[in-house]
Every structure is written in C-alpha cells, then in structure tokens.
Design a binder for this molecule. Structure first.
Ligand SMILES: [Zn+2]
Length: 594
C-alpha cells in the first residue's frame, strides 16, 4: 500500500487559512438578498430577474464550497475538532441563507409573500424563459406548490408530524433496536447477538446451517413483536394515504413518483416488466441449487457463495484498467476521470479514523468533484473505483449549468456510475484466470441484480397492496399472509420459502420510514442497464447519446431527457432491454459450468 495512497487537497474549495474570510464574505452578501427581493414584481424586467436569480445562484455555489470543506475534512478525519467546528459554522450560515431566500423561493412558486405582488402564470412564463437552464426547475417547483396546502395547514401538519408519524418511526426504531438475536446453527451452541448486521453476515456463509440459523435468528423478534409493529405500520400507511389525498395525488405511490420526478406510467411499466422477468431469476436459483449440489434452493440460500480464489490489484493498476476502459468507451470519459486524479481530489485507502464506504461529492459547477474510497484491491474495490469515477465523470459532463440545475435528479443519478461498473465487470470477467473464478463472479453479479432489482420491485408491489388493504381494514396476520404469498409467487417453484418469512415485511425499515422508496434502487440500475444494452447493440454511435444524457444534469425532467435520445421510459421495450443483459450473464454462467 506504501506509495499508493492518495489524499485529497481541500484547498481548491476553500483556500488555505481563508475559512473565516470566505465565511464573512458570504455572510455579508446574504444580507444583500433583502435588496434583491425588493425588486421582485411580476412585471419586472428580464434583466432584473436574471440579476436576482444569479445573485442567489452565486450565494448557493459559494456556500456549497464552504460547507463541503468541513464535511469532507470530517469524512477523512472523523476525530478532527476543527472539521466539526467548520461544519457546524457552515450549517449556521446555511440556515441564514435559506431564511434570506425563502421569500424569493415562495414568490417563484406563485405563493403569497407579504409585501410582494403574487407571480401570475403569464409573467412566470415570461420571466422563466429568460433563464432556459433553470426553466424546468422553476416549473417543477411551481407544480409542487399545487400539492401544497395553505400556510396554516402546512404549519399544523409539520408540528403534528413530530408527535405523530415521526414519533411512530422513532417507536419502530426503538423497538427494533432493542432486539437480541439468538443464533443457533443445528448441532451448535446458541450465540446471542445484539447487532443485527453481525447476524446478517451469515446470510453469505458457505455453511447451509449457518445461513438458515441467521434468518431464523433475525426474524424471531420481528415475529414475536408483529402485533406492535403492525399497529405502527398501519398508522404510518394511513397517515401517508391521507396526506396523498389531501394533496391531490391520485395514488399513494404517486407522491413518491412526483418527488422522484418520474411519471406514474413509467413506474407501473417498470414494475410490470420486473414481474414478467422474474423467471430469469427463478431459473438462476434452480441453477444455483445444482452448483451448490442441493436438490432445491431454500430462501436461506439465495446469497450463498461459490468458493473461488480472490484476486488483488494495486491501485495504480486499477486506475490504469479503469481509464483504459473509459478511453475505449469515450475519450470524454477518460479525460474527465483523469482530471479528478490530476486535481488530487481522491482519498483512496482505509485508515483508522476515516469514514467507511465510498462516495463522490459533486460540489458545484466549476469545481472538480471529490471522491472518497476505502480501496483494498479486491474485485469489489476495483468496481467501486469505477462506480465513483463514473459519478465524477457525470458531474463533470454537467458542469455547464447554474448551481440549481446542475445536480442530476435521482432516477438518472446512477447512470454513469452503473455503466462504468458494468464495463469494468465485463473486463474483469474476461481477464479472470479460471472458469471457476468467472463462475463465482457471475453468480455474485446475478445475486446482486436479484437483490437490487426484483427484491426491491416486489417490496413496492407489496406496499401498493398493503396500503390498499389497510384502507379496507386488515389484521396483522392477513398482512403477513399477503407478504408470504407475494414472496412465493416471486420465487415460484424454484425456491422453498419457509414460514418465518411471513414476518419479513416488518424487517424492512424503508416501508416504515420512506414508503415506496425501494424502487429507486431498481429504477436507477435498470435504466443504466437499458442504456448499456443499447450501447452494446449499436456500439459507438450510441455513445454521444449517453454523453448528452449526462450533460443535462438536473436541467430537464428524466422522462424528457430519455425521450431526447429516442427512448421512452413508459414503454415495456425500454425496460426489457435491461433484462436481456441479465439473461446474457445467466447463459454465460451456464456455458461455463458445462
Ligand atoms: Zn452510486
């Protein structure tokens, strides 16, 4: 590892020793916002409007750099008191800025603001057209305001949710955090775990008895507390549905779709196509049973590993591999990724006191993004390097925007990262030293695909049903019936599902905390796969289209961006393309095993 470790230079966002000065400059200009707001009139000139908006964009950009400074510093050195101080001071400044621009934000949305004349639709269109880059963001916020209630009602909802839905989520966490897990593989002594993650590690154990014991241990307390957890879930679901109705959304899931900026039709199609392709995964599980020399796979065995030698790659070699792949795909990808290395914006290796995991932080237009890794040299490390560089490349393609339209919206946020990861996966697969290694890699990839795509889609389908049934009146037991019925139809005759999986719904925090959120994972993954499939089909001529999608940043709706390159996310064919890639992996796996 010596000599390989990269550390990032944060002085590109705040010059060395200049935090206080930068802070004071932003603070002074925030007070200037008051003067800008006085200019707001529906009849104001285009030049004045542009000036006010650019004043706001400039402040947001400068504040984002300042707050990223403390945050990134803390990620790299969790114990640094200086970092914590800078972070909390930037947060204070952030509150000042959002207070100062609140009247402007409300005014743009067409809401009533004291002392200002309301912005009517005609003038909104006139003014917004002056800043085409921000037009989509402005209009989206105006549409969001249509789902907003009166100020008094909103205030009441916010206050009541603290003692209502938020308190229920706290209750859920309190109850489940107190769980203990009794792990007892057949023929062994029982072990008590207090941390669920430690038991969950055994889902991936090479020993069948340990996998079974892990699921049994995890679900037991959920089953024992099912009645309590049901009361919480029922209340949260009803609260969500009432809110959706009050805010004029056609369905409970539409609320989530609106915030994710995707049309209801696209999500319906996505879920249907997932359901139609469930056979690929059932086929995989039948095949996996053979590889594991089992008659039939049990639900406990879905993530069982195949033993294989593990390859290691030093960082400079991985960097070269990824950059070569990028260059082969599109020179623009390689140049952008190289510029992140050149800028010294990467913190590469694990060390005590550093944050775990990996991320790419896109700060503002004009700033090269920062990447944190915990590189160890195994295959998944190399693939994470490609993933995070993909995010960085995406951000650099989208530099030509205002701050507020530069950040990519959720559905497209994983496009470049997933495509980068896919290209690296195919390369590593071709370079693997033995068929045994290749088989293990394919099996792991297919398992990941099941977990991100099918499993998540079925969670959302379950939620759709659960919300409906809860409205009609349902008991805890019936909800568990509904769950296990859906799980069994998902896995078909390929996998044996034991009774304890009835309680699995209670173990998915997302359905309590952020209803209908689970499809976000599979949406991003499948969308990237669909684009990758098109690329493999059409080759080079398709690359500029991908670059175009990335360059949009957050300046258009995802639906419109995808249509621009001649595809339609509400059509089944679009999503089917993604599953063709998955099918390809499965037939390769079968070929290798012959
Ligand atoms: Zn990502």
């Amino acid at each position: 590892m010596a000599g390989q470790e990269l550390k990032w230079n944060l002085n590109d966002i705040v010059a060395k020793g200049k935090f206080d000065e930068t802070y004071a400059g932003i603070e002074k200009d925030i007070t200037g916002m008051t003067e800008q707001i006085k200019l707001l009139k529906p009849q104001m000139s285009l030049a004045e409007f542009k000036q006010v908006i650019e004043f706001r964009e400039d402040l947001k950009t400068r504040l984002s750099k300042l707050s990223s400074y403390g945050e990134l510093w803390e990620n790299a050195d969790l114990k640094s008191q200086d970092a914590k101080l800078y972070k909390s001071r930037s947060q204070d400044l952030g509150i000042k800025l959002s207070d100062a621009i609140l009247p402007l934000e409300h005014w743009l949305k067409g809401l009533a603001v004291e002392g200002l004349e309301k912005l009517d639709d005609f003038n909104a269109n006139r003014l917004f057209a002056e800043l085409p880059d921000l037009e989509y963001v402005f209009n989206y916020n105006r549409a969001a305001a249509q789902h907003t209630l009166s100020q008094g009602e909103e205030r009441l909802i916010t206050r009541k949710s603290v003692t209502g839905s938020q308190a229920l989520v706290d209750m859920y966490n309190l109850i489940t955090d107190s769980f203990e897990y009794k792990f007892q593989p057949q023929g062994q002594k029982a072990k008590i775990f207090k941390v669920q993650g430690q038991v969950r590690n055994y889902y991936y154990s090479a020993r069948a008895a340990e996998r079974e014991a892990a699921y049994k241990a995890v679900f037991k307390p959920y089953h024992d507390n099912e009645d309590k957890l049901f009361v919480i879930y029922r209340a949260l679901a009803k609260d969500w549905d009432n809110d959706a109705k009050l805010r004029n959304f056609p369905n409970p899931v539409s609320v989530r779709n609106f915030y994710n900026r995707v049309p209801d039709a696209a999500i319906n199609t996505l879920l249907e196509v997932c359901q139609q392709n469930v056979g690929i995964y059932q086929d995989l599980f039948r095949y996996k049973a053979k590889l594991l020399k089992m008659k039939k796979l049990r639900r406990y065995d879905l993530f069982a590993p195949l033993e294989a030698p593990k390859a290691k790659m030093p960082l400079p070699e991985a960097k070269k591999l990824v950059l070569d792949i990028f260059r082969d795909f599109a020179p623009g990808f390689a140049e952008r990724a190289e510029s992140i290395f050149r800028a010294n914006h990467i913190d590469s290796h694990p060390r005590p006191g550093k944050d775990t995991g990996a991320f790419c932080s896109d700060i503002a237009p004009g700033v090269t993004p920062y990447i944190l890794l915990n590189y160890t040299g195994n295959n998944s490390s190399v693939s994470t390097l490609a993933h995070e560089l993909g995010h960085g490349v995406h951000d650099l393609y989208a530099q030509g925007h205002y701050f507020s339209s530069s950040h990519t919206t959720l559905p497209l946020a994983e496009t470049a990262s997933t495509i980068s990861e896919l290209m690296v996966f195919e390369k590593l697969l071709s370079q693997a030293r033995s068929d045994k290694e290749r088989r293990a890699m394919l099996l792991e990839k297919l398992g990941d695909s099941y977990a991100t795509v099918i499993r998540q889609a079925y969670f959302v389908m379950f939620e759709n049903q659960a919300h409906k049934r809860i409205t009609e009146g349902i008991k805890s037991d019936q909800l568990s019936d509904l769950y296990i019925k859906q799980l069994r139809s998902q896995l078909g005759s390929a996998v044996e599902v034991a009774e304890e999986f009835r309680s699995e719904w209670a173990y998915i925090p997302h359905i309590f905390q952020t209803p209908f959120y689970c499809y976000a994972y599979n949406f991003g993954e499948l969308l990237a796969l669909a684009l990758f499939a098109r690329y493999k089909d059409e080759g080079r001529p398709f690359v500029p289209k991908i670059e175009k999608i990335l360059a949009y940043g957050g300046s258009q709706s995802p639906d419109r961006i995808i249509k621009e390159v001649g595809m339609d996310m509400s059509s089944p064919e679009f999503w089917q393309g993604s599953f063709e890639v998955v099918k390809g992996w499965l037939s390769e796996l079968k070929r290798l095993s012959k």
